[in-house]
Every structure is written in structure tokens, then in C-alpha cells.
Design a protein around this ligand. Structure first.
Ligand code: NAD
Ligand code: MG
Length: 403
């Protein structure tokens, strides 16, 4: 039989949790994929190691000092990978004509411009970086259709929904049959913690997720359920649905990754062991299926599947996100930016866990909602929200140990 054409992939955020899982899928399917570029913020050791294993054409370090360091290390190891730096370097390797697939797995707003560069170059974009869609949903989706990019969701919930939607969802008749989508949520590590103790939880406790090992930012988002709020916003943009057709259900086992509820009463779910290599492999090989290294699901071992309604008192961030979609405009950019500042402060023990939601709420209340139709408007709203969140953090009302 004919050898398969080899596809070139750029992995943005290669050193992170999603990046490493992506490279594991590449490793298992080395006959189909070759790495064009790997990128990271400042983790020189890990990116160096990855360059030695995958021999990419380019490695990009967002941080220029780290880039110099990596360049030196690669030269010493006799590795021919060329080192670039900064947002320009990230955009370049996301848009290069040789690249077919771009894994967008940078965390936070830093992922927006490189991910948009991949979209504008018409790539197959594997979207893990939900924050870019939350910030710039309207212009992001408009750009996808204008440049004929292929956008495949990697967030496990959205990947599950993508798999469960009708094949003709893009047409009105297909769309009409869908009543709503159900996003499942594990509830995070503090689903049953008593509300008093919740005030004193530490970053270490917040980052110990029961079902999935993930980066620190998304782990905290998972503990506050802001992650599910961001995912509700992400779902509205990806599937062009009003937020009234998006629901959240707590499912502690994380075996059902999300569901689509049809008008005739059918409910389709996508299931599997909680391992991000499944949605990653799906996105890479679509519409085919490849080995991801994930163990087959043993339903007998799982034993039972539980469901409950999310507790809106325990998880105020969830409501903030639903309200932000309803408000529209820059409110989603504002919420995302405030939350990035708040989570960072919590991780550095400058803000109590329960104050993450309070800081987010206050920034949303203080800033005027503007249109978010252009990149300039989005970036300006992001900057304003970060500034305001920073000011509030420096006030004596917010801090570690203040609740
Ligand atoms: P992570 O913290 O483990 O990795 C983040 C990556 O981004 C690293 O490679 C880091 O070097 C890079 N990075 C960080 N700041 C940067 C900057 N300023 N400029 C350039 N690069 C930068 O995060 P993760 O858990 O892999 O998550 C990545 C994205 O995927 C997030 O948007 C997250 O919400 C999403 N996601 C993750 C999971 C998961 O299971 N980990 C699941 C669904 C969605
Ligand atoms: Mg998710």
C-alpha cells in the first residue's frame, strides 16, 4: 500500500500539559506526523529535550533571554533546530506555508495572536487555548470562515459535542434538531469541601485535580468552576448557540465528556477514560481515528456514573461567565483578563481562593462594556481589565488571608 502523506505540525505551548500529550500522540504515530515547530514561554530544559527528540525546524521561546539560552544549548548538542523569539516568532511558525496542523495550547490571553495567525493562514487549528475564543469569539469565528481554516475543538467537552452533533449541523435542518448541549464538569477538588474551609484552601490543594493532571491555571479554574464558565462561552462561539441552549451538569467520574440533547428525546454522549490524548488524537487525525495510547474504557471498573446540579453559591464564577455572555461586548474579555490576574495572584499567595470570584465581579462591575468587534478593542479591554484588577489587588480589601 502507498505510504501515508506525512503532515507537518506546529505545537504552540509544547512544554505544557496539552503540549506534552500532543507530542506523545505524535510519537506513537511518527509515520503520519512530523514536528515543524515547538514553542514555549521560558522552559528551556524541557524544550531543549523535546528538540533533541523531535528535531523540529524551529523552536520558539516567547522570552528572549530563554531563547538565547536555548540557542546555546542546542548548538552544544549539535541540534540544527533554529531558535526564534517573541510573538513574531510564534506567529511565524503558526502560519508557515509548510505547516498543516497547529496545536494551539498556549495558556491564557498570550495564545490569542499566535492562534489567530494559524487561523488567518487557513490551517487546521486544534484549539485547546479556550481563552482566545472567550476573548475574541466574534472575530475569531469570522476569521475561521473567511480564511477557510478548519477549527477542531480539543477541550474535551467541546470535542465530545463535536463528535455528537449531527453531520449536517452547519445547515439549518441539522441545527433545528438540537435542543441543547450539556457540558459535564467534574466539580473539581472542592466539590464537597465545607464552605468555611474553602476560604483557606492553598494553591497546592487547588492544583491536585481528582481526575486530570493539568496546568496550574486551568487547575485553579477547575476548582472555582470558572473553567466551566469559560467553556460555556467557548461552546456558544464554537457551535453558534445562545447561552440558553448550554447547560452544565456535575459528573464527578469524568467519563462522559459532554452530551447533545435532541428534539426527539435522544441524548448522545461521548465517553472515554479522562485522558486528553483522546481529543488530541481525534483532532489530529480527523476524520480518521488513530491510536492515542489511551486505555480502553472499562465500564465495569467505572461501576457507576453520577450527576448533580452545580452549586451556584459554592461556584459564583460560573454565574459570572453566564452573565458575561448575556451582556456581550467586552464583558467576556474583561472577565477572562480579571480572572487571569486573580488566578496568578492566588497561585502566588497574594489572594484568597474565595476572593478570585470577588475580584472578577468587581472588575466587571467597574468597567464599562464596549463593543468587541475588532482586535484593537479586544486588546484594549484586556489591558484595562488587567490594570483594574492589579489596582484592586494592591488595595487593602484583597489579599492572602483576607476573606
Ligand atoms: P500549561 O501551563 O501546562 O502549559 C502552557 C504552555 O503555554 C507552556 O508550554 C508554556 O510555556 C506556554 N506559555 C505560557 N505562557 C506563555 C506566554 N506568555 N507566551 C507563550 N507561551 C506561553 O497549560 P495546559 O494545561 O497545557 O493548558 C493549555 C491550554 O489548554 C489552556 O488554554 C487550557 O485552558 C487548555 N486546556 C487544557 C486542558 C488540560 O487538560 N491541561 C484541557 C482542556 C483545555
Ligand atoms: Mg474542558
Amino acid at each position: 500500500s502507498e505510504p501515508l502523506p506525512v503532515q507537518m505540525i506546529t505545537v504552540l505551548g509544547a512544554t505544557g500539559s496539552i503540549g506534552q500529550s500532543t507530542l506523545d500522540v505524535v510519537r506513537r504515530n511518527s509515520d503520519r506526523y512530523r514536528v515543524f515547530a515547538l514553542t514555549a514561554n521560558a522552559q528551556v530544559d524541557r524544550l531543549h529535550q523535546q528538540c533533541l527528540e523531535f528535531s523540529p525546524r524551529f523552536a520558539v521561546m516567547a522570552d528572549p533571554v530563554a531563547a538565547g539560552c536555548l540557542r546555546q544549548r542546542l548548538r552544544e548538542s549539535g541540534c540544527a533546530t533554529e531558535v526564534l523569539t517573541g510573538t513574531e516568532g510564534l506567529r511565524q511558525v503558526a502560519a508557515d506555508a509548510e505547516v498543516e496542523l497547529v496545536m494551539a495550547a498556549i495558556v491564557g490571553a498570550a495564545g490569542l495572536l499566535p492562534t489567530l495567525a494559524a487561523v488567518e493562514a487557513g490551517k487546521r487549528v486544534l484549539l485547546a487555548n479556550k481563552e482566545s475564543l472567550v476573548m475574541a469569539g466574534a472575530l475569531f469565528m469570522e476569521s475561521v470562515s473567511r480564511h477557510n481554516a478548519c477549527l477542531l475543538p480539543i477541550d474535551s467537552e467541546h470535542n465530545a459535542i463535536y463528535q455528537c452533533l449531527p453531520h449536517n449541523y452547519a445547515e439549518p435542518e441539522g441545527r433545528a434538531g438540537v435542543r441543547r448541549i450539556l457540558l459535564t464538569a467534574s466539580g473539581g477538588p472542592f466539590r464537597t469541601t465545607d464552605l468555611e474551609s474553602l476560604r483557606r484552601v492553598t494553591p497546592e490543594q487547588a492544583c491536585a485535580h481528582p481526575n486530570w493532571p493539568m496546568g496550574r491555571k486551568i487547575s485553579v479554574d477547575s476548582a472555582t468552576m470558572m473553567n466551566k464558565g469559560l467553556e460555556a462561552i467557548e461552546a456558544c462561539w464554537l457551535f453558534d448557540l445562545p447561552v440558553s441552549q448550554v447547560e452544565v451538569v456535575i459528573h464527578p467520574q469524568s467519563v462522559i465528556h459532554s452530551l447533545v440533547d435532541y428534539l426527539d428525546g435522544s441524548v448522545l454522549a461521548q465517553m472515554g477514560n479522562p485522558d486528553m490524548r483522546t481529543p488530541i488524537a481525534y483532532g489530529m487525525a480527523w476524520p480518521e481515528r488513530i491510536d492515542s495510547g489511551v486505555e480502553p474504557l472499562d465500564l465495569v471498573k467505572v461501576g457507576r456514573l453520577d450527576f448533580e446540579a452545580p452549586d451556584r453559591v459554592r461556584f459564583p464564577c460560573l454565574q459570572l461567565a453566564f452573565d458575561a455572555v448575556a451582556t456581550g461586548g467586552t464583558s467576556m474579555v474583561t472577565l477572562n483578563a480579571a480572572n487571569e490576574v486573580a488566578v496568578d495572584a492566588f497561585l502566588n499567595r497574594q489572594l484568597g481562593f474565595c476572593q478570585i470570584a470577588e475580584l472578577n465581579r468587581e472588575v466587571l462591575e467597574q468597567l464599562v462594556v464596549q463593543p468587541a468587534d475588532s482586535l484593537e478593542q479586544v486588546l484594549e479591554a484586556d489591558r484595562l481589565a488587567r490594570d483594574r484588577a492589579g489596582q484592586l489587588l494592591r488595595s487593602d480589601r484583597f489579599g492572602w488571608g483576607i476573606c
